[in-house]
Design a protein. Structure first.
Lengths: 372, 348
């Protein structure tokens, strides 16, 4: 497939891996920020192509994983109401709340539907005027423009039976949060390619000089990830710390300004709780006051929900790069995708689920392959 | 496969344009449906007797027997329909033992209100598929349930076939050294159904791969030493390989870049964040064949339309028994594990 196959080329991968081996002289810990990058790394076995000095640690950029348990419970409570049609992206349906997931809520009689775009919800709302259509608006800056557009168009079209349950999060505050943690071991970042396609990378430029930490905005294909890693290793080895852009075919400094304008019209920055991490100041979006009629939390007034996390789960440390999934005693035992105890086991992009789905609970792969 | 068929019987003369509960009552309406639709479409001596059972002549030897229930939305899709699936799926389950499929049964659970025209289309498609596969539908049943108690139409078929003497094919027969062969590109059926159901059409001319595979299997067995056959339906090729690795206590080494996937299927999977290895097929098989006869089997497969694009995708090893190891496109490796439920489109 054009624009994909050339980024999965084995010869190019070998060449980049060889260049990384030549460039590296000592151990470095590099965090890929996005869950999509984590998934790709594990799916293609990219970490096994790297020299032992280069350790990829997995970041917090999985939107499904970091949505707080309390927010999932809120979604379920709304979905259970008989007048509600609850719409969500597919992979949120399997995320467990305190009592089961949205599939179980659906099996209990709720009207839960998978949509591919939030704009589909407007069609559903128009053709079901007696029902209340609620969309679970989660994700990073990547999904925010389309979610904002849905709210904006609902107002333009006078659709009154549509609302959004917002749990949007932002990448830069999470990165600085990790860097400011006393236990931090991240020395460079592979920056979030798709987030930057929307937002550009100017807001990342203050970070490297302030913390001495290079950021390479990186794509999601194997060649992207290897090239991004090479660029990060070179910065580290040369003692540079700046923002570089590996993902030039999708990202420029300014990003998609139309999308940013749509976000600004509808959303404003707020403090947000991250599952497994806690509250990070100014790390999320909420609807602006003028759109409160479209805010599901306002409409359904559920009051406070308290949802404690299982004590054994170390997903906060996994999300901030302090630990790897198999450092957890519950990994692949009490905690599996069937019965996830925490954030990072619940989505295909979560580090624990990626490790599990690609069999890393079964065997230490390099020894099984007789290599590395 | 084509959707077109010829109406070989007079169009039913019932005044009903849609199925009503009475069609499942066992009374005159049921009899009319049997007499005017099912009997002419499936016509054969055993069925014609309309006894409570079919009495069949069977040669001595071993019988293969299987049953499968078919539920699919939409009922009609590019390349096939629920009726063709219900025949081919059961024919293929029989064929995967090396059996020659002989007889099928068919039970219909119909939701009240189903347009009679739709039922006729499905039944005639089944008749055509049975004729194509050389099997007879010898007995059946019809039930009608209240609206909302079923999704338009569910079909259950069972089948029997005759296993030739000396044929021993089982998921537990894979041996180290065997070559893994797939009969054609994977994922066509699953992506076709998904794209038709969701009304997202970027699949161009993509069609379901539904097809009977018994002729292909016969040619393979005649050409070489076939140890394992599976038709990777619901769980896709990946699930079949994991099951075979476990049943045979062997390791499977899969070359990701050797697995044939059409461009349209690749693109749909990229967009949705799904893995073609776990997307459904209805007219493909995966085989473990002794290395010494792998080339002969491949050549024989390629002479049959259903095996035209057959190719090697990996091999069986003694190491990492019970596990499927994938050599990735970029030279990395990972273990293939069965997903615990259906794949879901990813958020971003």
């Amino acid at each position: 497939m054009k624009y994909v196959d050339e980024y999965r080329d084995q010869k190019m991968a070998e060449k980049l891996a060889a260049e990384i081996r030549r460039a590296v002289t000592r151990p470095w810990a590099i965090m890929e920020v996005c869950g999509g990058q984590t998934h790709s790394i594990v799916k293609y076995g990219i970490d096994y192509l790297l020299p032992k000095e280069v350790e990829l640690v997995h970041g917090p950029g999985c939107p499904v994983c970091v949505t707080p348990l309390e927010m999932i419970d809120r979604a379920h409570a709304i979905a259970r109401r008989p007048e509600v049609i609850f719409c969500s992206f597919g992979d949120m349906l399997r995320v467990p709340g305190s009592t089961g997931d949205l599939f179980q809520v659906k099996a209990g009689g709720a009207d839960v539907r998978i949509v591919y775009s939030p704009l589909d919800c407007l069609k559903i709302a128009s053709s079901n005027p007696a029902r209340k259509v609620v969309f679970f608006a989660i994700g990073f800056e990547t999904t925010a423009p389309a979610n904002a557009m849905a709210v904006w168009q609902a107002r333009q079209q006078g659709i009154r039976n549509f609302s959004v349950l917002v749990s949007h999060v932002l990448v830069p505050p999470a990165m600085t949060g990790i860097l400011e943690s006393p236990d931090n071991r991240v020395q460079a970042f592979l920056g979030p390619g798709h987030v930057c396609a929307v937002m550009g990378y100017r807001e990342y430029e203050p970070i490297p000089p302030r913390y001495g930490t290079p950021i390479v905005i990186t794509g999601f294909e194997p060649i992207d990830l290897l090239e991004g890693t090479l660029m990060a290793v070179r910065q580290l080895e040369q003692g540079r710390a700046e923002v570089e852009n590996q993902y030039v075919r999708a990202v420029d400094a300014d990003g998609n300004t139309d999308a940013q304008k749509m976000i600004d019209r509808v959303f404003e920055v707020c403090d947000r709780a991250w599952r497994g991490i806690g509250i990070i100041p100014r790390s999320g979006y909420r609807l602006k006051d003028e759109f409160r009629d479209y805010d599901a939390e306002q409409i359904f007034q559920l009051g406070p929900i308290h949802a404690p996390e299982p004590a054994i789960c170390i997903s906060g440390q996994v999300l901030t790069g302090l630990k790897k999934p198999h450092d957890c005693p519950a990994f692949g035992k009490e905690c599996t995708p069937q019965n996830p105890l925490g954030a990072t086991m619940v989505s295909a992009e979560g580090a624990c689920a990626a490790y599990y789905n690609y069999g890393r609970h079964l065997v230490a792969l390099p020894s099984a392959m007789g290599k590395v | 496969m084509s959707l077109s068929f010829t109406l070989t019987c007079p169009v039913p003369v019932t005044q009903h344009k849609a199925i009503v509960l009475g069609h499942g009552s066992g009374g005159r309406l049921t009899a009319q449906l049997v007499r005017e639709l099912f009997l002419p479409a499936f016509d054969n001596p055993a069925l014609r007797k309309l006894d409570d059972q079919a009495v069949l002549e069977v040669a001595p030897g071993r019988i293969a027997m299987t049953t499968d229930a078919y539920v699919v939305t939409p009922l009609f899709f590019p390349g096939g329909d629920i009726g063709r699936l219900a025949v081919n799926g059961t024919v293929n389950d029989l064929a995967m033992s090396g059996a020659r499929p002989l007889y099928l049964t068919a039970a219909f659970i119909i939701e009240e209100g189903l347009p009679l025209e739709d039922l006729e289309r499905v039944v005639h498609s089944m008749a055509q598929a049975a004729a194509d596969a050389g099997v007879a539908i010898v007995t059946g049943d019809t039930k009608v349930v209240n609206r909302g108690c079923a999704d338009k139409l569910f079909i259950t078929t069972a089948g029997v076939g005759l296993v030739p003497d000396g044929t021993s094919i089982s998921a537990s027969n894979a041996r180290p050294g065997d070559v893994v062969i797939v009969s054609g590109p994977i994922g066509d059926h699953g992506i076709t159904i998904w794209s038709t159901r969701e009304g997202i059409d970027f699949t161009g001319s993509l069609q379901s791969d539904t097809a009977p595979l018994h002729a292909l299997v016969e040619a393979m067995i005649a050409a070489g030493d076939v140890h394992v056959l599976r038709d990777p339906t619901r769980g896709g090729l990946g699930t079949s390989l994991c099951e075979i690795a476990a049943s045979s206590s062997v390791g499977v080494e899969l070359e990701a870049s050797a697995v044939p996937v059409r461009e349209e299927v690749k693109a749909a999977c990229e967009i949705l964040g799904m893995d073609p290895l776990f997307v459904a097929n209805e007219g493909r098989l995966v085989a473990m064949v002794a290395e010494s006869s792998a080339d002969a089997v491949l050549q024989a497969m390629r002479r049959i339309p259903e095996g035209r694009d057959a190719c090697r995708i990996g091999r069986i090893v003694a190491e990492h028994a019970g596990m499927v190891l994938v050599k990735t496109e970029v030279g990395g490796s990972r273990i293939l594990d069965v997903p615990f439920a259906e794949q879901l489109p990813r958020i971003c």
